[in-house]
Ligand binder design. Structure first.
Ligand code: HEM
Length: 125
């Protein structure tokens, strides 16, 4: 069961960044696709399932943010990823700002994957 949930967590993470990149592209191009219902709701469903799997995994290995450093790093980086992503897709006033914040969000996502794989807040370093 643990492995199934872990694979689901990783698959959902891959879906999350894939949809993010597509939506960020549409946001920079001011595409009307961004306003579609499934485009607005889909990411919330994916991200909620991603977090639900994360909670299952944490309970299973009995390690949590603010007690286990790499999970603290993952949690804080996730908050940053969401913040940068909101500017990239919604709040950024110009296309340049939205593009810059999208790149930042993708970099933070890369950091999160490194922290997960290496179980260290040094991530890929
Ligand atoms: C964008 C967000 C996230 C991404 C990209 C991500 C990515 C990953 C990846 C790639 C793994 C597999 C690591 C391996 O090779 O063993 C993993 C495992 C895990 N993740 Fe996440 N994760 C995210 C969010 C979170 C959050 C917010 C938490 C909890 C604070 C969390 C908790 C865990 C736990 C407990 C494991 C299992 C580690 C193990 O079995 O050794 N993840 N995550």
């Amino acid at each position: 069961m643990y492995l199934l949930i872990k694979h689901s967590h990783v698959t959902l993470a891959a879906l999350s960044i894939t949809f993010f990149v597509i939506r960020a592209f549409w946001s920079v191009r001011q595409s009307p696709y961004l306003a579609l219902r499934w485009v607005r709701i889909g990411p919330h469903i994916i991200d909620s399932l991603l977090l639900a799997c994360a909670i299952y995994l944490m309970v299973s290995i009995n390690q949590y943010p603010f007690t286990t450093p790499w999970l603290t790093a993952k949690f804080l980086a996730l908050v940053l990823y969401i913040g940068l992503g909101t500017v990239a897709i919604k709040r950024g006033r110009t296309a340049t700002i939205r593009f810059a914040f999208a790149l930042g969000a993708i970099a933070v996502f890369g950091y999160i994957v490194g922290a997960a794989v290496n179980h260290s807040y040094w991530s890929w370093w």
